[in-house]
Design a protein around this ligand. Structure first.
Ligand code: NDP
Length: 281
């Protein structure tokens, strides 16, 4: 029997409905959420990302504002703008749109956002909060990967989890989140030896690699395992694929989160869950 599909769109819709109800309840108490998107210059990627952020904000009754600086803005001007937004009590969350122009350092600028307002969660304070189990703004993609599994009714307690990828944005936080769900976690990377053998031991296999479409094959997978494909690889013609070879893996796994349609749609909701938590704090 082919693997059951972990339907990211359906899970995202359920989460979106819950979020909408919670934002509405807070609004009734006079608590309004405002998300600010700060862009330095803009390109098609930024514009399309903003379009989907705006659509989602409207659906949730959240105020959404765009702040734009010129593409040649000096670092001091960006820092000044971030400081202003940090100090503005009406602003709940700030997103610095990436990539920033080459003369700027996006990572160090993002660290200037006050941790409470840094709803993408990629900064030392928010990442550290996962280690301390005092979750604040949790990075959206790894949170989405774990939520997708839990929301699909899969029990993680005591499971052997293997995460391929050790980036700050996805792999490491995903491993910590799974650990907190009582998984026994192994983290793999490009220097790992015997990768297929390690993966075959996984009840939950999370792939966050992004180098080669379909790299993870069916013979890497334990029969009945849950496979969560986080990878996004542009294969041209407007199409994307994941790290997992869906055909061979689907014949072995119990559950498979596909690309597209798996983790991606849930990731967007996690951004707004962080915004909601920031509003409540
Ligand atoms: P990085 O490039 O930062 O990290 C990739 C990781 O994969 C690294 O730890 C690297 O190991 C490891 N790796 C690379 N090649 C191999 C290999 N042959 N065998 C084992 N491990 C390998 O990427 P990100 O973590 O930022 O993103 C990972 C993927 O997730 C990408 O495809 C990205 O597009 C996607 N993504 C998806 C999102 C979503 O919403 N679904 C959002 C964000 C990202 P090493 O550390 O040794 O170099």
């Amino acid at each position: 029997m082919p693997a059951k599909i972990l339907d990211g769109k359906a899970v995202a819709k359920r989460i979106k409905d819950q979020l909408a109800a919670e934002f509405a309840a807070l609004k009734a108490q006079g608590k309004l959420a405002k998300l600010v998107s700060l862009a330095v210059g803009s390109d098609d990627g930024t514009n399309s990302y903003r379009k989907s952020q705006l659509k989602q904000a409207e659906a949730l009754g959240v105020a959404y504002a765009m702040e734009d600086l010129r593409a040649d803005a000096p670092e001091s001007a960006v820092v000044e703008k971030i400081n202003m937004l940090n100090a503005d009590k009406s602003v709940t969350g700030i997103i610095l749109q990436m990539p920033v122009p080459k003369h700027l350092n996006g990572e160090s600028l993002a660290k200037r956002i006050a941790p409470a307002k840094n709803i993408e969660g990629i900064d030392p304070v928010n990442l550290g909060s996962i280690v301390m189990k005092q979750y604040r703004n949790v990075p959206c993609t790894p949170r989405a990967a774990v939520e997708l599994v839990i929301e699909s009714g899969i029990d993680l307690n005591g499971a052997n989890a293997v995460v391929i990828g050790r980036s700050t944005i996805v792999g490491k936080p995903a491993a910590l989140l799974l650990l907190d769900k009582n998984c026994t976690v192994t983290i793999c990377h490009s220097k790992s030896k015997n990768l297929p053998a390690i993966c075959r031991n996984a009840d939950i296999l999370v792939t966050a690699i992004g180098t080669e479409a379909g790299m993870v094959k069916g013979d890497w997978v334990k029969p009945g395992a849950v496979v969560v494909d986080v990878g996004i690889i542009d294969i041209g013609g407007g199409k994307i694929r994941g790290d997992v070879d869906a055909e061979s893996v689907s014949a072995v796994a119990g559950f498979l989160s596909p690309v597209p349609g798996g983790v991606g749609p849930v990731t967007v909701q996690m951004l707004y869950r962080n915004l909601l938590d920031a509003l409540k704090a």
